[in-house]
Write a protein that binds this ligand. Structure first.
Ligand code: 2AM
Ligand code: CA
Length: 263
């Protein structure tokens, strides 16, 4: 039997410690490499942070599974038992260029069910966490359940690249939505964007391609405050697969999905 209370405390301790290491690293020179393309960055701190979590988890929980962005975890073809889904630094481009607007993101799943979610905005020292069925919190303050909002009063997050010619969506699709809403924002970290949905700072967020470690924690947070988490077609996400992502306040999610995204 998993002791979830103890696991929650360990996860928080490790996240705070990892955050401190990342803040301390700002004084050191970064080693930056590229992955799949010139804009896909990874640093020594992404790798060191993932290794730090894996070492802690492996020495404490011998039978847990780990899925990590930098590939030091397990190769998983199914979710069974307890699985930690880890993005050591979500928003690496921001980490490199701005030293802000990035987060540690960790979702802990029991089988296919998300149980604990953590998003730590390292620079603002904001820890968002949620436990399935027990609500979502920001620095231990309970986040209120989300209210409905009209499309024309909403602030939505999306990256401008989805409004230019790209492989994943016809840029014409999003234009009417962008014209209708009150404003658009782009923070460049899916985890932070999802934490901002959970805390009501944003009303909806659209991304065309995210990986499980980008949304594993945010999904739990948003659902705990009554938000809706799907892919761009309105289907449930599979925490093992890359997919598009559309999250939003209750009511607003359905209105945008039916009136703007479905054609
Ligand atoms: P990362 O910084 O951990 O790589 C940027 O718009 C957001 O999308 C970040 O959360 C970034 O995560 C993620 N992202 C960027 N490129 C991606 C890709 N090719 N696949 C999945 N997620 C990606
Ligand atoms: Ca990352």
């Amino acid at each position: 039997m998993t002791n979830w209370k103890e696991l929650d405390q360990n996860a928080r301790d490790w996240i705070m410690e990892a955050g401190k290491k990342i803040r301390d690293s700002f004084q050191d020179e970064l080693n930056i490499k590229t992955k799949s393309n010139r804009n896909d960055l990874v640093t020594n701190m992404d790798e060191a942070t993932e290794r730090y979590f894996i070492e802690k988890i492996r020495s404490t929980y011998k039978d847990h599974h780990i899925m990590g962005e930098e590939g030091f975890g397990d190769e998983l073809s199914e979710l069974s038992g307890v699985t930690w889904i880890i993005d050591p630094i979500d928003g690496t481009m921001n980490f490199v260029h701005q030293q802000r607007n990035f987060a540690i993101s960790i979702g802990v799943y029991d089988g296919k069910q998300g149980v604990l979610g953590y998003i730590y905005d390292v620079v603002h020292d904001e820890l968002y966490h949620a436990e399935k069925g027990r609500g979502a919190y920001m620095n231990d303050q309970k986040l209120p359940v989300l209210n409905e909002v009209a499309v024309e009063d909403s602030v939505i997050a999306l990256n401008a690249q989805w409004m230019t010619t790209n492989k994943r969506i016809d840029p014409e699709v999003l234009a009417p939505l962008v014209q209708k809403v009150r404003g658009t924002r782009s923070y460049g970290s899916a985890a932070i964007e999802m934490a901002y949905i959970a805390s009501g700072r944003l009303d909806a967020y659209i991304s065309m391609r995210l990986a499980p470690w980008d949304f594993a924690a945010g999904k739990i947070l948003i659902e705990e405050v009554g938000g809706v988490v799907t892919d761009l077609e309105g289907n449930e996400l599979n925490p093992l697969n890359k997919s598009s992502l559309f999250v939003g306040k209750p009511g607003l999610h359905g209105k945008i999905l039916n009136n703007y995204l479905k054609n």
